[in-house]
Ligand binder design. Structure first.
Ligand SMILES: C[S@@+](CC[C@H](N)C(=O)[O-])C[C@H]1O[C@@H](n2cnc3c(N)ncnc32)[C@H](O)[C@@H]1O
Length: 220
């Protein structure tokens, strides 16, 4: 995919899901896209069969839906199970002032993420090479205002793992597909209550995939 087609798809898709990146950010996203394609030939980062348009839609544009809700660029983001960098690295590239930490236990993915961070010259972003476990401390945990997961685990399991982030100033985001309602119903049975503060349902423009972004806060 050439830059022009990438730029048009990301800009149009971003406008649909709620965040249209500026031209400098689109250039950074394209460099990341190019590096991802190159490294994914050797390392298991994304599905190799995915066509470029689908990759941009399902990973880049979907990540922009999160950028659309984050607001204040000083509010720090932790992306749990970042994989190849979605959605956390996209959010950093479109808002370079935002402090971002990408948590990812698989070392080949960690090495890819660190290489992109170096090659893009990004500041105040780091990779935590570990897993999020219930009750276990997380590096810098008091600083995060947003903790997100996409395609990592069920909503209930994620909220249970997020017990260290049960603070009034922290929001937990789950990015899900169309069958999220059963998972959402299970949240009411958790011993520690969570309140669903926002629900954004949207459709990705190229694939037509139904997506939802759920924002939780502590109910206490
Ligand atoms: C299916 S991938 C999704 C990656 C990315 N979030 C995305 O949407 O493309 C799930 C990732 O979560 C990581 N993971 C699984 N359990 C985790 C945990 N408890 N803490 C942190 N990362 C975890 C895996 O190593 C994997 O890279």
């Amino acid at each position: 995919m050439h830059f022009q087609a990438f730029s048009e798809q990301v800009s149009a898709g971003g406008a649909v899901v709620g965040y249209r990146p500026d031209p400098a950010a689109v250039a950074g996203l394209f460099d990341y896209f190019t590096e991802l394609r190159r490294r994914a030939a050797k390392v298991n980062l994304i599905s190799k069969e995915m066509a470029d348009e689908e990759l941009v839609d399902k990973h880049f544009v979907d990540s922009l839906a999160l950028a659309g809700v984050l607001g204040d660029p000083a509010a720090a983001l932790l992306d749990v199970g970042s994989g190849a960098g979605f959605p956390g690295l996209v959010c950093k590239l479109v808002e370079p002032r935002r402090p971002v930490r990408l948590m990812e236990p698989r070392l080949k993915r960690v090495s890819f993420l660190r290489q992109v961070i170096r090659s893009q010259g990004l500041d105040d972003i780091d990779v935590l090479a570990c897993r999020l476990e219930p009750g276990a401390p997380v590096d810098g945990e008091a600083a995060y205002r947003w903790v997100v997961s996409r395609a990592v685990t069920s909503i209930s399991d994620f909220l249970t793992r997020c017990s260290s982030f049960r603070r009034p100033d922290c929001r937990i985001v789950c990015m899900k597909g169309p069958r999220y309602k059963e998972e959402l119903a299970a949240v009411a049975t958790l011993p520690e209550p969570w309140h669903l503060e926002q629900r954004h349902e949207y459709r990705l423009p190229v694939s037509g995939a139904e997506r939802v972004l759920l924002v939780f806060r502590t109910a206490q």
